[in-house]
Write a protein that binds this ligand. Structure first.
Ligand SMILES: [Zn+2]
Length: 155
């Protein structure tokens, strides 16, 4: 994998690599069963990934404890996005057929995204645009500043 800063890492499952401490960029918060971090591939400020700390594919596999922890952690993370970053609207998406284990993406809608429309199909073009365009030191600093704000809020 190559992250948004151009770092190259060889890993099998990204979320397991995080859990084992092989990767720790973009750390935001952790609950007993879940981990919230900035998406390391896409330089959109406040694009948060919530992954399970256990190698599972689907939330159909959550234990009762994970179910309870998940909804609390998800709501807290969303609240942090709202209060620390002023994010009014997010798109939430999740695919079970990725090469990595269970993770959910919380995509904040920023003003520049309007030109891509507001439907689900706007997500891929937005991500491609961000990957292609947001490469300057300033862009990276914006992402890191948002990550830090969320981290402080969720301390
Ligand atoms: Zn895994």
């Amino acid at each position: 994998m190559v992250d948004y800063k151009g770092n190259v890492e060889k890993i099998a499952c990204l979320a397991c690599a995080r859990e084992q401490g092989e990767i720790n960029s973009g750390e935001i918060a952790r609950s007993k069963y879940f981990d919230a971090h900035q998406d390391c591939f896409v330089p959109i400020p406040g694009l948060v990934i919530i992954s399970a700390r256990r190698h599972i594919q689907s939330f159909a596999e959550f234990t009762d404890r994970e179910q309870r922890d998940f909804i609390k952690f998800l709501c807290r993370t969303r609240l942090a996005m709202k209060q620390a970053l002023g994010v009014k609207v997010i798109y939430l998406y999740h695919r079970e057929d990725t090469e990595h284990h269970f993770h959910l993406c919380l995509l904040p809608r920023h003003g520049w995204m309007k030109k891509f429309g507001t439907k689900t199909e706007s997500v891929r073009p937005i991500i491609n645009y961000a990957k292609k365009k947001f490469k300057t030191r300033n862009d990276i600093m914006k992402v890191e500043a948002a990550t830090e704000k969320l981290k402080q809020f969720l301390k």
